[in-house]
Design a protein around this ligand. Structure first.
Ligand SMILES: [Fe+2]
Length: 304
């Protein structure tokens, strides 16, 4: 049963008797990724592995459980670099890795190539200093294959805690959320977004799917949403969070439709449209905003 939430010195939180919940906020650039640890008598379920630079933090958090030879499960919410950085590191420590079947983990990835392409991506979204490729090397890790691939309705349990898998695409195709029904906790990664992470805009690759995913989450008696960068604990906070997320979704759609209608429509360059949408919602122009604008325009024009 649910206990009063309490925050410890190490930012640990305990809300359930069946498992102890800890959160690790791993900072990078101007934001952070949150990794969650659900520890039971016999195992630890880790939700996302975070960024490479969070290794010492994760190592310290897992050390007592590993000493007790507890089983380690890593459940990835999606395949973005800021959620998968320590996947190989965890695998080397015996973790069984799970991800949605839409997640991509190519074997034999060329690390240098990944860093180079990641660097270009980061340059578009963050104030990364020119020539500071090393700052990316400290964050990005090569992807690796999962041990098991999941889909809607898949179920993971160690006998103490059970997590069911919800397929919640929209942010990206591989977005999965993990729901622990006893506590009403939903570990959603980036599947539900309220404020946006890299400015005022949310990051969506499929606006139609995102709307469906929001409805799916809203239909469950969720009492806490533990996201990859944001958290809402308590039923009232969850309802407010979902409401604000739906508002943000409508706001983005409204901005895209109005900018499209008032612009030169078909002749308008997507970059110009995205920049105009950014002005309307107060988001900086970047690669993420460009992709999100395209996703909402697709939904408006084609319903998908
Ligand atoms: Fe993401």
């Amino acid at each position: 049963m649910a206990k009063e939430e309490r925050a410890g010195k190490d930012r640990a939180q305990t809300i359930m008797s069946a498992y102890e919940l800890k959160r690790l906020d791993m900072p990078f650039y101007s934001i952070h990724t949150t990794v969650y640890l659900l520890e039971t008598q016999r195992s630890v379920f880790v939700i996302d592995s975070g960024v490479l630079s969070g290794r010492a933090m994760l190592e310290a958090a897992l050390a007592p459980a590993l000493e007790k030879k507890k089983r380690l499960f890593l459940l990835l919410t999606h395949d973005h670099w800021d959620h998968t950085g320590l996947t190989q590191w965890m695998k080397a420590r015996g973790a069984a890795v799970f991800a949605h079947r839409a997640a991509a983990y190519p074997l034999g990835a060329d690390m240098e190539h990944l860093c180079q392409s990641g660097y270009e991506m980061f340059m578009a979204d963050f104030p990364v200093e020119e020539g500071k490729l090393d700052s990316v090397r400290k964050l990005a890790a090569p992807p690796c294959p999962a041990d098991g691939y999941l889909e809607e309705g898949s179920f993971l349990t160690d006998g103490d805690v059970s997590l069911s898998v919800l397929y919640t695409p929209g942010h990206c195709a591989s977005s999965a959320s993990y729901y622990e029904a006893e506590s009403g906790a939903l570990f959603s990664g980036d599947a539900v977004q309220c404020t946006g992470y890299f400015g005022a805009g949310i990051q969506i690759t499929d606006a139609a799917a995102y709307g469906t995913s929001l409805e799916k989450v809203g239909s469950l008696p969720v009492r806490a949403i533990y996201g990859g960068h944001e958290t809402a604990v308590g039923r009232a906070a969850v309802c407010a969070y979902l409401e604000r997320s739906a508002e943000m979704d409508s706001r983005m759609m409204r901005a895209v439709v109005e900018a499209y209608r008032e612009g030169d429509r078909g002749a308008m360059h997507m970059g110009d449209l995205a920049a105009e949408v950014g002005r309307r919602v107060g988001a900086p122009y970047n690669r993420q905003l460009f992709g999100t604008t395209a996703a909402y325009l697709r939904k408006y024009l084609f319903g998908a």
